[in-house]
Design a protein around this ligand. Structure first.
Ligand SMILES: CC(C)=CCC/C(C)=C/COP(=O)(O)OP(=O)(O)O
Length: 556
């Protein structure tokens, strides 16, 4: 009997179920062709990359380059996705610039707008406190950015990208953002302008908020056309892109095998089947080769979370969900007899995966992480249950109740704890303790995740019975229109980014690699949930991303 038939034969099938109509997977078994026993990288390519890395390293540490030329070189290295090879060198160069050319937070270089903007952005990205006063010199007597800058399109574009690192209360950057946006928008529509395509892209997707692999994919072709490019760097970037793509293909191939064996679409036909899209989510958190195992675990986890989400949000009846919640709270595979078959299946795949994650945590010497993971998991499930009860009781939560519960049900706190397990023994117990206290940077990321999701999925979700979203709660509380609520949501998202930027400046609560995961998760939201839920409706932009990142190699 197929899974669908078994669901139909379920005595409770006649009960009211809130089934959503999700499109089937676009990819099916496609990635199975890449499954491989070995995740080793090609030795030949590795050797070529090693040589190019050595050459690049020499260039980076050479005395001959002027500091700002090096800043541009670092910028290209970062955008081309190979900065993970040169982290120490980049850190040292920027540290030296900070020591020698920044006094009391003020950048003392006198240079053009483009270079100063790139420097400002890189220093901030590195966590250095630098004041935006450096841009005052580009203002006129009235304190406005001078109209003369309009001709400096490259400078304006760089300034625009620099403003994305803004923290609260930075009036200069607010003005710079408004000024550059207005003028770049009018240049973007002049298709004859050589920078029009780049400007259009940046206006939609800024550098700071982009996913690294997407930026790399895009920037390689821009850099290739730049007559002043560094050929060594270009070849390194292309070879590296392809080498990592091959690794990613094998990983997703192996995940596809797991998915195929589980027969999920048949066992849980009501749920979104988005394995490849989950892989992009995990790749967004960490793309580098050393995170291979972590990426595989995260993909499977996000995949299962999607099933859980659709079970609570759509298919499960309230009584079934109460039982499932209790089973999760017990955190034990025994005693599932009361659960319907489809829930037993879901519980089993989840606990099989948890077991694998625990084995990995033991191997890494971080078994303490599992307790924090378990606690986050239970909180996540309890938040789903609270929302299911609201819906079942026709209860309309207050805005405050909604935010408290729905930021937990966003799953981002759980995902953060889970993705740290994959980082090995640098993830000390203190790091997990820190996560459990929901510090400001995590709070900002989960608010951002919740609001971006709510703003774009609201219309679709309200077509079926679905708990109120931020928009309904805000509209009810302040008696404003949907437009007004969307505007408030967007304002809060801007504020959340300012908090994330602020919390990423030194001294930080936790080492940079841990903050990077939080920023990457926020970037995923900016890219995938910008004006549509491209995770659920994956036939548009998401399909293009998957093709670019997982199918098409770079031409060398
Ligand atoms: C990061 C995590 C946990 C990912 C799992 C996939 C998921 C639940 C996506 C959001 O779906 P949704 O838009 O239906 O979410 P919600 O029901 O919370 O609005």
């Amino acid at each position: 009997m197929s899974g669908v038939e078994s669901l139909k034969n379920d005595a409770k099938y006649e009960l009211h179920r809130n089934v959503a109509k999700f499109q089937p997977s676009l990819w099916g078994n496609y990635f199975l062709q890449y499954a491989s026993e070995s995740l080793e990288l090609d030795e030949n390519i590795k050797a070529q990359i090693e040589t190019l890395k050595c050459d690049m390293r020499k260039m980076l540490i050479s005395e001959s380059e002027k500091p700002l030329e090096k800043v541009h070189l670092i910028d290209s290295i970062c955008r081309l996705g190979v900065s993970y090879y040169f982290e120490d060198e980049i850190e040292e160069i920027l540290q030296n610039i900070y020591k020698n050319n920044v006094e009391d937070g003020e950048i003392t270089f006198n240079d053009n707008l483009c270079s100063l903007s790139v420097l400002f952005r890189l220093l901030r990205q590195q966590g250095h406190h630098v004041s935006p006063n450096v841009f005052n010199k580009f203002k006129n007597e009235k304190g406005e950015f001078s109209e003369g800058l309009i001709k400096d399109v490259k400078g304006m574009l760089s300034l625009y990208e620099a403003t994305q690192l803004m923290v609260h209360g930075e009036d200069i950057l607010e003005k710079a953002l408004a000024f550059t946006t207005t003028h770049l928008e009018s240049i973007a529509i002049q298709s004859s302008h050589s920078l029009a395509i780049q400007i259009k892209y940046s206006l939609r997707q800024t550098l700071h908020k982009n996913l690294q692999r997407l930026e790399t994919h895009r920037f390689i072709s821009i850099y290739e056309q730049d007559p002043s490019n560094n050929k060594t760097l270009l070849v390194l970037a292309k070879l590296d892109f392809n080498m990592i793509q091959k690794l990613h293909q094998k990983e997703i191939g192996n995940i596809c095998k797991w998915w195929n064996n589980l027969d999920v679409p048949n066992k849980l036909p009501y749920a979104r089947d988005r394995m490849a899209e989950c892989y992009v989510w995990a790749m967004g958190i960490y793309f580098e080769p050393q995170y291979s195992t972590a990426r595989i675990f995260m993909t499977k986890l996000i995949f299962i979370f999607t099933m859980v989400d659709d079970t609570y949000d759509a298919y499960g009846t309230i009584d079934e969900l109460e039982l499932f919640t209790k089973a999760i709270e017990r955190w034990n595979i025994c005693g599932l007899d009361d659960l319907p078959d489809y829930m037993k299946f879901l519980y089993r795949i989840l606990f099989d995966l948890n077991k694998e994650i625990e084995e990995e945590a033991i191997k890494q010497g971080i078994v303490y992480a599992m307790n924090y993971y378990k606690n986050e998991f239970i909180l996540y499930i309890q938040a789903y249950m609270a929302e299911a009860r609201w819906l079942n009781n026709n209860y309309q939560p207050t805005l405050e109740e909604y935010i408290r519960v729905s930021t937990i049900s966003s799953g981002y706190c759980l995902v953060i704890a889970a993705c740290y397990i994959g980082m090995g023994n640098i993830a000390t117990e203190d790091i997990f303790k820190w996560v459990s206290k929901v510090p400001k940077v995590i709070d900002a990321a989960i608010v951002l995740c919740r609001l971006m999701d709510d703003i774009v999925s609201n219309e679709f979700e309200q077509k079926r019975d679905h708990v109120s979203s931020f928009l309904e709660c805000y509209m009810r509380k302040y008696n404003v229109s949907r437009e007004g609520a969307v505007q408030e949501g967007r304002k809060r998202i801007v504020d959340a980014w300012k908090d994330i930027n602020k919390e990423s400046l030194m001294p930080t609560d936790v080492p940079k690699p841990f903050l990077t995961r939080i920023i990457n998760l926020s970037r995923f939201m900016d890219v995938v949930y910008k004006d549509k839920d491209n995770f659920t409706n994956s036939e548009g932009e998401m399909k293009t991303f998957i093709k670019a990142l997982l199918l098409d190699p770079m031409k060398i």
